[in-house]
Design a protein around this ligand. Structure first.
Ligand code: ZN
Length: 141
Protein backbone atom coordinates (compact mmCIF):
# COMPACT_ATOMS: atom_id res chain seq x y z
CA UNK A 1 0.00 0.00 0.00
CA UNK A 2 1.42 3.39 -1.04
CA UNK A 3 0.37 7.03 -0.79
CA UNK A 4 1.62 9.16 -3.73
CA UNK A 5 1.90 12.24 -1.51
CA UNK A 6 4.05 10.50 1.08
CA UNK A 7 7.81 11.10 1.42
CA UNK A 8 8.37 7.45 2.31
CA UNK A 9 6.22 6.04 -0.52
CA UNK A 10 8.35 7.32 -3.38
CA UNK A 11 7.40 11.01 -3.53
CA UNK A 12 10.94 12.16 -4.28
CA UNK A 13 10.17 15.86 -4.10
CA UNK A 14 8.69 15.52 -0.62
CA UNK A 15 11.62 13.37 0.51
CA UNK A 16 14.23 15.73 -0.95
CA UNK A 17 13.03 18.47 1.41
CA UNK A 18 14.66 16.67 4.34
CA UNK A 19 16.37 13.41 3.45
CA UNK A 20 18.08 11.05 1.03
CA UNK A 21 17.46 7.35 0.53
CA UNK A 22 20.34 5.17 1.78
CA UNK A 23 19.26 1.54 1.40
CA UNK A 24 16.58 -1.08 1.85
CA UNK A 25 16.49 -3.04 5.07
CA UNK A 26 14.55 -6.24 5.65
CA UNK A 27 11.31 -4.52 6.75
CA UNK A 28 12.15 -0.88 6.24
CA UNK A 29 14.03 1.71 4.25
CA UNK A 30 16.86 3.79 5.62
CA UNK A 31 17.16 7.53 4.95
CA UNK A 32 19.86 9.99 5.95
CA UNK A 33 18.51 13.24 7.40
CA UNK A 34 19.98 16.23 5.58
CA UNK A 35 20.11 18.30 8.76
CA UNK A 36 23.19 16.83 10.45
CA UNK A 37 23.57 18.82 13.67
CA UNK A 38 23.74 15.34 15.18
CA UNK A 39 26.26 13.37 13.12
CA UNK A 40 24.66 10.21 11.77
CA UNK A 41 21.03 11.27 12.18
CA UNK A 42 18.85 8.93 10.12
CA UNK A 43 15.28 7.74 9.67
CA UNK A 44 14.10 4.14 9.51
CA UNK A 45 10.71 4.05 7.74
CA UNK A 46 8.56 0.94 7.48
CA UNK A 47 8.40 -0.48 3.93
CA UNK A 48 4.62 0.04 3.63
CA UNK A 49 2.34 2.98 4.29
CA UNK A 50 1.03 2.02 7.72
CA UNK A 51 0.12 4.52 10.39
CA UNK A 52 1.47 2.93 13.55
CA UNK A 53 3.36 -0.14 14.69
CA UNK A 54 0.18 -1.28 16.39
CA UNK A 55 -1.18 -1.84 12.85
CA UNK A 56 1.49 -4.49 12.16
CA UNK A 57 1.38 -8.15 13.01
CA UNK A 58 3.94 -9.46 15.47
CA UNK A 59 6.41 -10.65 12.83
CA UNK A 60 6.30 -7.31 10.99
CA UNK A 61 6.62 -5.30 14.20
CA UNK A 62 9.56 -7.39 15.39
CA UNK A 63 11.17 -7.02 11.97
CA UNK A 64 10.75 -3.23 12.05
CA UNK A 65 12.31 -2.95 15.50
CA UNK A 66 15.09 -5.34 14.50
CA UNK A 67 15.92 -2.99 11.61
CA UNK A 68 15.99 -0.03 14.04
CA UNK A 69 18.23 -2.04 16.36
CA UNK A 70 20.64 -2.93 13.54
CA UNK A 71 20.89 0.68 12.37
CA UNK A 72 21.44 1.94 15.92
CA UNK A 73 24.19 -0.64 16.48
CA UNK A 74 25.78 0.48 13.21
CA UNK A 75 25.60 4.18 14.22
CA UNK A 76 27.31 3.38 17.52
CA UNK A 77 30.14 1.54 15.75
CA UNK A 78 30.62 4.23 13.12
CA UNK A 79 30.31 7.44 15.15
CA UNK A 80 30.63 6.47 18.80
CA UNK A 81 27.81 8.70 20.12
CA UNK A 82 27.23 8.99 23.86
CA UNK A 83 23.58 7.98 23.30
CA UNK A 84 21.15 7.43 20.47
CA UNK A 85 17.78 9.15 20.87
CA UNK A 86 14.69 7.73 19.18
CA UNK A 87 11.71 9.75 18.02
CA UNK A 88 8.43 8.49 16.61
CA UNK A 89 6.05 11.37 16.00
CA UNK A 90 3.24 11.03 13.53
CA UNK A 91 0.67 13.67 14.36
CA UNK A 92 0.39 14.87 10.76
CA UNK A 93 2.11 12.08 8.81
CA UNK A 94 0.74 8.58 8.52
CA UNK A 95 3.74 6.48 7.57
CA UNK A 96 5.41 4.63 10.39
CA UNK A 97 8.99 5.82 10.86
CA UNK A 98 11.56 6.35 13.58
CA UNK A 99 14.17 9.13 13.88
CA UNK A 100 17.51 7.89 15.18
CA UNK A 101 19.46 10.82 16.58
CA UNK A 102 23.00 10.24 17.86
CA UNK A 103 23.89 12.56 20.75
CA UNK A 104 27.44 13.47 21.78
CA UNK A 105 28.35 14.61 25.26
CA UNK A 106 31.26 16.66 23.88
CA UNK A 107 28.80 18.63 21.71
CA UNK A 108 26.59 20.68 24.01
CA UNK A 109 23.98 21.29 21.29
CA UNK A 110 20.78 19.62 22.58
CA UNK A 111 22.70 17.18 24.77
CA UNK A 112 20.56 16.26 27.76
CA UNK A 113 17.36 17.46 26.17
CA UNK A 114 14.88 16.58 23.43
CA UNK A 115 16.16 17.04 19.88
CA UNK A 116 14.39 19.56 17.71
CA UNK A 117 12.71 18.07 14.63
CA UNK A 118 14.65 20.33 12.28
CA UNK A 119 17.01 22.80 13.95
CA UNK A 120 18.13 24.10 10.52
CA UNK A 121 21.62 24.57 11.94
CA UNK A 122 23.94 22.30 9.96
CA UNK A 123 22.94 20.87 6.60
CA UNK A 124 25.21 18.21 5.13
CA UNK A 125 26.70 18.87 1.70
CA UNK A 126 26.02 16.44 -1.15
CA UNK A 127 29.51 14.97 -0.57
CA UNK A 128 28.89 14.57 3.17
CA UNK A 129 25.54 12.89 2.50
CA UNK A 130 27.12 10.50 0.01
CA UNK A 131 29.83 9.65 2.56
CA UNK A 132 27.23 8.99 5.28
CA UNK A 133 25.23 6.75 2.94
CA UNK A 134 28.35 4.81 1.98
CA UNK A 135 29.45 4.38 5.60
CA UNK A 136 25.98 3.19 6.65
CA UNK A 137 25.52 0.82 3.71
CA UNK A 138 28.95 -0.73 4.36
CA UNK A 139 28.43 -0.77 8.12
CA UNK A 140 25.13 -2.62 7.79
CA UNK A 141 26.59 -5.43 5.63
ZN1 ZN B 1 3.87 6.37 2.94
Amino acid sequence: MKDVNCSYCGNEEALAAFGVFACELEYSNLYVFKEQSHLGRVIVAYKDHVDDFTDLNEEERNGFFRDINNVSTCLKKLYNPTKVNYGMYNDKGHHLHCHLVPKYENDPFEFGTTFEMNPKRKFATEEELAKLVEELVNGLK
